[in-house]
Design a protein around this ligand. Sequence first.
Ligand code: ATP
Length: 369
Amino acid sequence: GAQTSASAEAAGLELHELRKSYGDVHAVDGVSLSLEPGQLLALLGPSGCGKTTTLRMIAGLEQPTGGEIRVGHETLASSTHSVEPEHRELGMVFQSYALWPHMTSFENVAYGLRRKKVARAEITRRVEEALEIVGMSAYGTRSITQLSGGQQQRVAVARALVTRPRLLLFDEPLSNLDAVLRESMRFEIRSLQQANGITAVYVTHSQEEALTIADVVGVMKDGVLQQLAPPQELYARPRTRFVAGFVGLANFFDATVLGAEGDRVRMRLADGTELAVPGPDPLDRPAGAEATIALRPEHFDISTDVDRSTTGRVALRGEVVSSMFSGNIIDYFVRIPGHPDEIRVQDFPPQRANPGENVVLSAATEHCI
Ligand code: ATP
């Protein structure tokens, strides 16, 4: 019978040891990754981490200092070879939309097809189809200046889709929109990309946006990919403290590795407490190594009954510094003697402790990351 082996298929996008230096600044410092056709990668990281430079190299707007970029079986850039941006068959959507204000929606979307000398009737058909897909059929004759921000964004997406690109590139496309519109456009972009099966790279500094929109999230810091993983995995098993902080983990504890214990790792906290916590199996660090334990705010219980039994749990005693009520959730900030940062705890109402009260915090060891 016919063989269908995934490994025989061409990758949607492959970056191999991609680098870009500006003098001494290593903006992108050896990024390697592979996407399957139709997957959406979110590149997530703080300002200056190199995500835009990575995207611009894929687009052909920057020449890599080293490494390779491949789409399907074609090499777009390597040390010996670079395909011109207009021949890369990409669709791009920028933060600024980069639409021509004096042209109509229709003309903006048609522009790329006219440049490719597509026949007039074909242009009309495809532009109308693209405007239809983004729900902008009624606005074809409007000039860009007569559209709202959200409508302009849709035109920009239609323009990116109309040439039937192999790859869609998004650079913070929603940052100029208000929160409500941003959320609905996020779902629209995602469903358009999925319905058309186009491989995509989406640059953002918003953790929430990356986790909701992507098949795979790449977290970058200082030009280096810190972790590449599906959203659920990134959230459940961040590999570094930096990644953990980026996916909303607030509480970190310095600890020392003592050794493997079944499928767990025995660790000692700074106060001498020993815990067996879930960890990498096989254990990839020697006894004596420094490590960080992270605990999510929602995994702590808080109680003023400081003598209650906490056997078998992570337990910390301290004093509530402040609390914050936000309807369905209360946040508590608790000072623990000997711990540099306040511990953040999230729990449902009612209020369980007030500022100034002594409390015990406890969490199941299985929640330790
Ligand atoms: P932001 O979210 O602020 O756009 P970013 O993660 O996209 O940040 P890049 O724009 O890729 O970051 O920049 C990465 C690093 O490279 C930064 O330190 C930046 O100052 C530097 N850099 C980018 N472009 C140039 C350039 N043309 N010349 C010199 N340095 C540059």
